[in-house]
Write a protein that binds this ligand. Sequence first.
Ligand SMILES: [Zn+2]
Length: 160
Amino acid sequence: MLQFSDTAIQTMGSHVQRHRWSRESVGQLFSRDLTAETIVVDVVTVLKPRWSAWSRVSFDTHRAMDERAAMFEQGLHCIGLWHTHPERLPEPSPEDRALAMDHARAAQPQMTGLVFAIVGTSPLPAGLRVWIADESNLRAAEIFRMPQAATAADPAVTQR
Ligand SMILES: [Zn+2]
């Protein structure tokens, strides 16, 4: 199970493509603890794009690797990527699928799956969609919301 922290949602939410002239944003997802039953996306970063347009974005993989190394020093592990789309409920493009599977392949054997999140224009969290990529597939994650003050004993959290 995966959970996005409030700050992660806020960071992604501040980059939603609200306007026709908005450009796509891209970044990485980091978690502090990979051993927990629920993996929390604690930190979401925004990478400086190599170039970006309304519906496409490209980032510098060296810069992404540098960021991973710096975050690792702070105890944060990269678990995936996110970017924005100029559509309400985002769907991965063929390029997105290829990129996600490429990164998943490159991350083996350390990772069996790469988290691939896309933020559309519907208010969050509805506009957030998440896939898990391996070297040959992208599987849509089932999204459900936790109540505001969720605890470990909350049925919405445990009965899954
Ligand atoms: Zn995309």
